[in-house]
Design a protein. Structure first.
Lengths: 636, 230
């Protein structure tokens, strides 16, 4: 007897598969039953499948299972029950095919939409199946595969790499589609040859379909199957048809060749253009003109960068052509865009035929020279021509009254060293001077035009308690001018002890003058002698003059007291006079008289940033102070 | 500016109204005329048949889907096919069970059979949808399908009636089809039998009957107007 669980397992699984094509859900109780009972137990006689091809006939196959004693023909019999009426009976299979273990139901025995139940019985009417195998014919229909499958080439893509194909076929001849008895839908599948990666197209009821995107050169295999509409069982696949399209050479060659030619020509043209531009600086100038950077006259900002301290100090301390107040055209010679307002050589050549006309002060104060209406204190080039302030810092100080300007200029004037009265007169007459054009020099004695080779930029290094201002020495002013003067003076002063270098050096420097209107005696005494020695030089040596601020107010008193010229013009040999003052000192305060009280410089040698320090002898002297002791040292 | 906008907007409103009205009027003028009145847009019989057959195919597809869903939820432990067949309430309606039987049957009878089937399923499907909508085991998808199914039966019946009218008009079938007048009269008196059916059985029965309807319609069409798609 067949084991009950095994047949139960089998029935459960087959009944499920017959009604739906979906796989078992994991929570399926049948599946659990199968695994628990079916695997080990042997399977009894059962029906393998019943299939109808055209919904008019059907066949059923059975198997004896593990019961080999039932495998001989006639051991098992098929009985069916057709439930078309309440009192229907079991009947035996109308047509056996024992060789194939098949039971065939012809048209007369087939009724659609009516349930059939099948049974396997042995010789002695033993029923081997636990449950009847029931179905309706429309649910077991598996149509035959379509026939006459073939294809035609539709088109080839412009790139020549892919193409489309139209596949058409005929419905299976057994299916009566013409009468409308079967409504079939088809499914085409294709793949590359010798692969099993089948790609299925969408199902549709027509007898032709297009396959898109096949690649040239590859061989494809196509087959088709069909099924009833809204049913789940597919028929078998048809025989495969092979599709292959080889390359078409004509289209391929033209397309890339033209493109390559065009791109090559373009590339060569671009190369030529680049080479031509790079080798023609003028062309580069035209195409990409350089943008001029703003240049401010004064100090090249490059010097402010790290590592160029010497050059900077050189400039700051009055190196080059004219000291701090002068620009250095050397720095900008290589840049033609920088415009400088240059002093015309003709204007300054009137009095002296010197190459370097000296400071603007000279030009300004030079009587025979036509002086421009524009007088700017402290401006190097502002004198003899209109100044439009291009590229330069404006050196006009609006705060400074014109009169003060004049006064300053007057004080700057060395006057005649031997004419103390004259200088005094000058001072006195300073406010009287009305003409702004004419330098005050003219009011002075008509002596040689000695004027200090002082720039308008003179750093105040110290202010004396008496009110005098000590200016810092300038370096290398009018080098060439004072060389001759230095020589003369050296001869006169007898500075033999000095080195020639020192002489020249000192002559080049501004001399520090101490003005003491109140009459601290040492300076005046010593200076008087020096002053008394007239520098016959047409060109005055560089010298300092301390300027007493607002000489208008105090000078009369001062001069009255001292009866001396508050201005002392030491000659160039008085280079020892100078105190090595620092170029920069800190202003402590400004007193009521508008004089600057500066920090006393440190008692040490002058800072090394002054390369052209006046004297070595003054190394130990505090900058800005000239004490009697030191003054004695200074005197030759 | 506002003054110029107002007349423009009025013009736009009028234009839109005209468009819609023309649409409505055209829709009203488009229904199938049975009397071949002047100005009617008459469809051919083949066209009518195609529409109806498409409709029935879709109905059958939905019923198939629902049936498969049911089988997932309620796997029948036993083979219920044999048991069910006795419970279908439409079993009493005589329907041809084979191709030859269907082809041999007169067109009129076949049309009547179709109509009978469609009429018999109107109420059961409506109640089936109601029961599914309140059942927590089913999702909205199933409920929507059930509702669509019941609507389709209704629409299909009207379509088949139109086809029958057309056929009568064309003389294909005789005018003595009494079913067209009142198909409900043909139902057996114990039509309330369907209330006893369970949901699964009902789905199974309807799936079968929808397949019948589809088949009969196709056979009719290929017999009467076999030009296209046969």
């Amino acid at each position: 007897p067949p084991s009950a669980p095994s047949t139960k397992c089998y029935r459960c699984c087959t009944s499920h598969s017959s009604s739906s094509s979906e796989p078992f859900p994991l929570s399926d109780p049948c599946l659990s039953l199968f695994f628990s009972h079916c695997i080990s137990a042997p399977v009894g006689p059962h029906f393998t499948e019943c299939i109808s091809r055209e919904q008019e006939t059907f066949r059923c196959w059975w198997s004896p299972g593990g019961f080999h004693n039932l495998s001989f023909p006639g051991a098992l019999r098929v009985f069916y029950l057709k439930k078309d009426s309440p009192n229907s009976e079991w009947k035996e299979c109308p047509e056996y095919s024992h060789l194939k273990r098949e039971c065939f139901f012809d048209v007369n025995h087939t009724s659609v939409w009516i349930p059939y139940c099948m049974q396997l019985r042995g010789q002695n009417n033993v029923t081997y199946l636990d449950e009847d195998y029931c179905f309706t014919v429309e649910n077991i229909v598996r149509p035959d595969p379509p026939v006459s499958l073939n294809w035609t080439l539709l088109n080839i893509s412009p790139s020549g790499l892919s193409y489309d194909v139209m596949v058409n076929w005929e419905p299976p001849p057994s299916a009566d589609v013409g009468a409308g008895w079967m409504r079939i839908e088809y499914e085409i599948q294709y793949t590359e040859r010798n692969t099993t990666n089948w790609e299925a197209l969408e199902m549709q009821p027509h007898t032709q379909q297009t396959i898109y995107g096949l690649q040239i050169g590859k061989e494809y295999e196509v087959h088709i199957r069909c099924r009833m509409q809204a049913f789940v069982k597919f028929g078998e696949f048809s025989d495969s048809v092979f599709i292959q399209v080889t390359e078409i050479p004509s289209q391929d060659s033209n397309f890339p060749f033209k493109l390559a030619l065009i791109f090559g020509v373009l590339g060569i043209l671009i190369l030529i253009l680049l080479i031509g531009i790079s080798q023609q600086p003028r062309l580069m100038m035209i195409l990409l003109p350089p943008v001029p950077a703003p240049k401010i006259k004064g100090i090249d900002p490059e010097l402010l960068k790290k590592g160029k301290l010497d050059e900077l100090n050189f400039i700051l301390s009055g190196g080059g052509m004219g000291g701090l107040s002068t620009y250095a055209p050397d720095f900008y010679q290589d840049e033609p865009w920088v415009e400088f307002i240059e002093v015309d050589a003709e204007d300054a050549d009137a009095a002296e035929k010197e190459e370097n006309q000296g400071s603007d002060t000279q030009r300004l104060l030079d009587p025979p020279q036509p002086v421009s209406h524009h007088m700017n204190t402290g401006c190097a080039n502002a004198v003899s021509f209109p100044d439009d302030d291009s590229g330069r810092a404006s050196c006009y100080d609006p705060d400074l009254h014109d009169q003060d300007t004049l006064m300053l200029m007057a004080t700057l004037l060395p006057g005649q060293p031997e004419d103390g009265e004259d200088s005094f007169d000058v001072v006195e007459r300073a406010p009287v001077i009305e003409r702004s054009e004419r330098p005050l020099v003219q009011t002075q004695t008509g002596g040689p035009q000695t004027w200090l080779n002082t720039d308008f930029y003179a750093q105040v290094s110290n202010v004396m308690p008496s009110g005098g201002v000590v200016l810092s020495p300038g370096q290398q002013l009018r080098f060439q001018e004072s060389t001759s003067a230095a020589e003369d003076e050296a001869q006169k002063k007898g500075k033999g002890s000095e080195d020639s270098e020192e002489k020249t050096q000192k002559e080049l420097q501004f001399q520090l003058l101490v003005v003491d209107p109140e009459g601290s005696g040492y300076t005046t005494e010593s200076n008087a002698r020096q002053i008394s020695t007239p520098p016959n030089t047409p060109m005055p040596g560089s010298g300092y003059q301390t300027i007493h601020p607002q000489p208008v107010e105090t000078k009369p008193a001062a001069t009255a007291e001292n009866n001396q010229s508050p201005y002392i013009l030491p000659d160039s040999p008085q280079s020892q006079f100078f105190a090595p003052v620092a170029d920069y000192t800190v202003v402590q305060e400004v007193d009521s008289q508008h004089s600057l009280l500066l920090n006393p410089p440190p008692r040490q040698s002058p800072p090394p940033c002054l390369p052209h320090h006046p004297t070595k002898a003054l190394a130990a002297m505090p900058v800005g102070y000239v004490t009697p002791d030191l003054l004695g040292n200074l005197s030759p | 500016m506002p003054g110029s906008i107002r007349p423009v907007s009025v013009v736009w409103v009028v234009l839109v109204c005209l468009l819609f009205c023309s649409r409505l009027l055209s829709v009203g003028a488009a229904p199938i005329c049975t009397n071949a009145q002047a100005g009617c847009h008459a469809l051919s019989l083949a066209n009518l048949f195609d529409r109806v057959i498409q409709h029935s195919a879709r109905m059958h597809g939905i019923s198939n889907d629902l049936h498969s869903e049911f089988e997932q939820y309620f796997l029948p432990s036993k083979n219920q096919i044999g048991r069910v067949s006795r419970n279908c309430h439409t079993s009493t309606i005589f329907t041809p069970n084979g191709k030859e039987n269907a082809q041999r049957m007169a067109r009129q009878e076949l049309t009547e059979v179709i109509l009978k089937l469609l009429v018999a399923w109107r109420d059961p499907l409506w109640h089936f949808h109601q029961s599914i909508a309140h059942h927590h085991d089913f999702n909205n998808f199933s409920a929507n399908k059930a509702l669509e199914m019941s609507d389709m039966v209704h629409e299909l019946r009207k379509g088949v009636e139109k086809v029958a009218e057309k056929m009568q008009m064309m003389g294909i079938i005789s005018n003595s089809v009494s079913s067209l007048a009142s198909p409900e009269a043909l139902l057996p008196s114990d039509s309330a039998e369907w209330r006893l059916m369970k949901d699964y059985d009902l789905l199974y029965c309807f799936r079968r009957d929808s397949n019948k309807v589809q088949n009969y319609l196709k056979i009719l069409k290929c017999r009467i107007v076999p030009e296209h798609g046969c």
